[in-house]
Design a protein around this ligand. Structure first.
Ligand SMILES: NC(=O)c1ccc[n+]([C@@H]2O[C@H](COP(=O)([O-])OP(=O)(O)OC[C@H]3O[C@@H](n4cnc5c(N)ncnc54)[C@H](O)[C@@H]3O)[C@@H](O)[C@H]2O)c1
Length: 430
């Protein structure tokens, strides 16, 4: 018997099979056939219909003799309302498998259609406690083939669905291992049409996923679970997720500017999609923390802000990556004292020469590098550019404190007053 240790000592690593590389999309009919799917529900969004990407994939599936019903109305940043619309679309449609073609919004919408289509229940039922009832998913879902078109959220490999609850002005999620897609078809040819602002926002999400996971509270510094069923999906940084995160930080730091400035740079597109995939593997088991936890109320409470150049956005909305990156420099300034070596390590992966730096310079190495990247990619200069002011801080803090699932991953304990200071620091950076 192993000696009793009150802390967790077990590393878990679950992920999705992937087909990665140029032309992988052409194997979609093969992947569908392999799983015996005869009636596909294809989920996508109106912009991908408009630019022709959806028509191409629809034809690839149809030409293989499989019947297809297409839902092309997935909303960017899905909400309780948009998910209910997707669920009512599929009522009475006979389907035995799903294909999601799009960014995280579409993949999450398809995950929800699969979950509620397989085990019908009121929307509230599977949403995480305390906001929803947190009922565990009863059993395996239908096959879901995820084809990401952004680089990206990593949703093709995660067990999570994220949604806005419109009346509560809150973002939250559903999380269960059965929600994970069956296979990810990851092809950078599907990402070259991303407009620059989508490339920037989604690429910065990749960097946040990898940095937060790499600098999350270690897997063996938290309490042991009573049973394997109780072990949280996010176990904290560990030697397995570290491998993925290190590479993702290095690749995203090196290639994001190139993908932003030269849409057709295939090497940059491919390396950003690799970074997104690896970060997805990393954060899918280590977990994100403060920048994401703050990003949820930042996105949920937004008023009078439309991201310039973002497709399909007519109402106030902050894209996911933008809602996280605006908090990241201030968050990493806060977490630095808890684990200086990790922060220095990550800064080096971002290309910073840390030799001879003072402690103060080291504390600012990640924040300064992120701020320069935000400037170069024309991102908002902190929360004030999203029309937040000091007076909003108490509500933003309240909204962040509801994300305990994420805050427990911070390497430094997060108090309400610490959050207040981080929000103040995140108001503007330059
Ligand atoms: N489930 C998870 O693990 C997870 C993780 C992180 C974020 N998310 C969620 O994912 C959502 C954000 O997803 P996203 O950042 O990938 O963006 P998105 O799916 O919201 O897409 C953003 C916009 O870009 C357009 N677009 C996407 N790909 C394109 C392409 N190749 N060419 C042209 N336009 C394209 C879309 O039509 C859309 O208008 C948020 O709801 C966020 O909360 C989920």
């Amino acid at each position: 018997m192993a000696e009793w240790n009150p802390n967790n000592s077990i590393i878990t690593m679950d992920t999705v099979p992937i087909r990665f590389g140029i032309g992988a999309t052409e194997e979609i009919a093969y992947e569908i056939g392999k799983r015996g799917i005869k009636k596909v529900m294809l989920v996508s969004d109106p912009h991908l219909r408009e630019i022709g990407l959806l028509d191409t994939v629809e034809a690839l599936i149809r030409d293989s003799g499989v019947s297809v019903v297409t839902y092309d109305k997935a909303h960017a940043e899905p909400s309780d309302l948009s998910l209910k619309q997707a669920l009512s679309f599929q009522e009475g449609v006979d389907t035995d498998g799903y294909v999601a073609l799009g960014g995280g919004s579409t993949i999450d919408t398809a995950k929800a259609m699969n979950l509620y289509g397989t085990y019908p229940a009121p929307l509230q039922a599977y949403i995480n406690k305390p906001i929803g009832e947190g009922i565990p998913v009863r059993g395996p879902l239908k096959p879901l083939i995820a084809v990401p078109t952004t680089a990206g959220t990593g949703s093709e490999s995660t067990t999570v669905i994220i949604m806005d609850l419109l009346d509560l002005h809150l973002k939250t999620g559903i999380s269960h291992p059965y929600i994970r897609p069956t296979v990810g078809i990851i092809d950078h040819l599907n990402t070259i049409t991303m407009p620059p602002v989508v490339t920037a926002s989604t690429g910065l999400a990749v960097l946040c996923h990898a940095l937060e996971s790499y600098i999350s509270l270690s897997y063996n510094a938290r309490p042991r679970s009573m049973s394997p069923d109780d072990r949280p999906a996010y176990i904290g940084s560990n030697p397995v997720s570290d491998l993925f995160c290190r590479e993702a930080i290095t690749l995203a730091s090196k290639y994001l500017r190139r993908a932003y400035f030269q849409a057709n740079d295939l090497e940059a597109r491919s390396q950003m999609l690799m970074a997104s995939t690896l970060a997805g593997f990393g954060f899918g088991n280590a977990g994100v923390h403060i920048p994401h936890a703050m990003g949820y109320p930042v996105a949920g409470m937004i008023r009078d802000y439309v991201a310039p150049g973002y497709p399909n956005r007519t109402k106030s909305q902050v894209p996911h990556g933008m809602s996280c990156i605006v908090n990241a420099p201030a968050s990493f300034r806060f977490t630095f004292p808890a684990w200086p070596e990790r922060h220095e390590d990550a800064a080096r992966m971002m290309g910073v020469d840390t030799s001879g730096m003072t402690t103060e310079q080291l504390a600012n190495a990640i924040p300064d590098t992120l701020i320069q990247l935000m400037k170069d990619l024309d991102m908002p200069n902190g929360l004030k550019d999203l029309n937040y002011q000091e007076a909003h801080i108490p509500s933003l803090v309240d909204g962040t404190l509801k994300q305990q699932r994420l805050l427990v991953n911070s390497p430094r304990p997060v108090t309400p007053s610490a959050l207040e200071n981080i929000f103040r620091d995140a108001m503007s950076y330059w």
